[in-house]
Design a binder for this molecule. Structure first.
Ligand SMILES: Nc1ncnc2c1ncn2[C@@H]1O[C@H](COP(=O)(O)OP(=O)(O)OP(=O)(O)O)[C@@H](O)[C@H]1O
Length: 303
């Protein structure tokens, strides 16, 4: 379990994390989502004791991770896949990390096998693709067989097969009962991987919900077809709904539920031919949530 409470971190004048509070539970994959610069990496570094918070605290399994006696057996983390000595082989890299944590060489072989790098274990990491480096980082995090895993953007640089592999690995680690926190700026990726998502923007928590609740909670639209469409549109707008007439006919109504639309039509003796609820996609929900929190937009405008 990871607990973050009131976490605040500044870098000079930048407020990177602004009073974040959340809990990451075992047995599920928790997606940590937010646009670039939202504070995801800073939060992960704070959990690992690599960054000292200005306020608040983080706990792993009930205490500060800095006090852990067997850090790699408790937490595995991948923060920056590129941060590996390029002159070393994958095997040597893992053996060094394992040795300094009193982990045997058998485990090094096991994790190489698990991440699909056994065949290139004797090759220098300097010649690895970004995807292979990601796999090595993922392997390093698994060395101590920890109950808590933090992965910062683990699918960066992976091809579709690699992305699917990471997704399945995360799911199987959670199914073992581990606590798995995975950051991403892509909702599409998290929709397939995470059970729950924490959405952050500008250092603040915007949402903390099961993934399937998120879309349901957001913008609801209803598609309506009626012969007296413009009259119904006017009545709906008078009642506060947002109504968009579609080029091919029909109205997309945002605001009232289908039952309220049906009752309004009935009360005004308007026949309705179609009334179809459409919930927002997860991507829509995410964009809506983070709309105010995007640091940089296309065109380079700084908000
Ligand atoms: N070491 C640092 N020095 C100065 N500013 C920093 C430092 N680390 C992060 N920041 C700033 O803090 C804010 C949060 O950054 P952070 O890397 O935590 O965001 P993120 O959500 O992980 O984004 P990304 O997806 O781009 O990695 C950003 O504005 C960033 O520029």
């Amino acid at each position: 379990m990871i607990e973050v409470s009131g976490l605040t971190k500044r870098y000079g004048r930048t407020l990177a994390v602004d009073g974040l509070t959340f809990t990451v539970r075992p047995g599920q994959v928790t997606g940590f989502l937010g646009p670039n610069g939202a504070g995801k990496s800073t939060t992960m570094r704070a959990v690992l004791g690599l960054d000292r918070p200005d306020a608040g605290e983080t706990r792993v399994n009930g205490r500060s991770y800095l006090r852990s006696e067997h850090p790699m057996r408790e937490v595995g983390a991948l923060l920056d896949a590129g941060a590996v000595h390029g002159g070393r082989t994958a095997f040597d890299h893992l053996r060094c990390v394992a040795r300094s944590n009193r982990i045997g060489v058998t485990r090094v072989r096991e994790v190489l096998e698990r991440v699909g790098l056994a065949e290139v274990a004797r090759k220098r990491v300097g010649g690895f693709s970004l995807g292979m480096k990601q796999r090595l980082g993922i392997a390093t995090a698994l060395l101590g067989d920890p109950g808590v895993l933090l992965y910062d953007e683990p699918v960066n640089g992976l091809d579709p097969e690699g992305i699917r592999w990471v997704r399945e690995l995360m799911r199987s680690l959670a199914a073992d009962g581990r606590t798995v926190l995975v950051s991403s700026h892509l909702m599409s990726e998290m929709a397939l991987t995470a059970d729950r998502v924490l959405v952050v923007g500008r250092g603040r928590l915007i949402a903390d919900a099961p993934i399937d609740e998120l879309a349901a909670r957001h913008r609801r639209e209803v598609f309506v077809r009626a012969p007296r469409e413009s009259e119904l549109a006017r009545l709906l707008e008078e009642g506060g709904a947002r109504v968009l007439a579609q080029p091919d006919g029909g109205l997309v109504v945002t605001g009232p539920p289908p039952s309220a639309i049906a009752e309004l039509a009935y009360a005004n003796e308007i026949v309705v031919h179609e009334l179809t609820p459409r919930s927002a996609s997860l991507e829509d929900a995410y964009l809506e949530l983070t709309d105010e929190a995007v640091e940089y937009r296309a065109g380079g405008a700084l908000r």
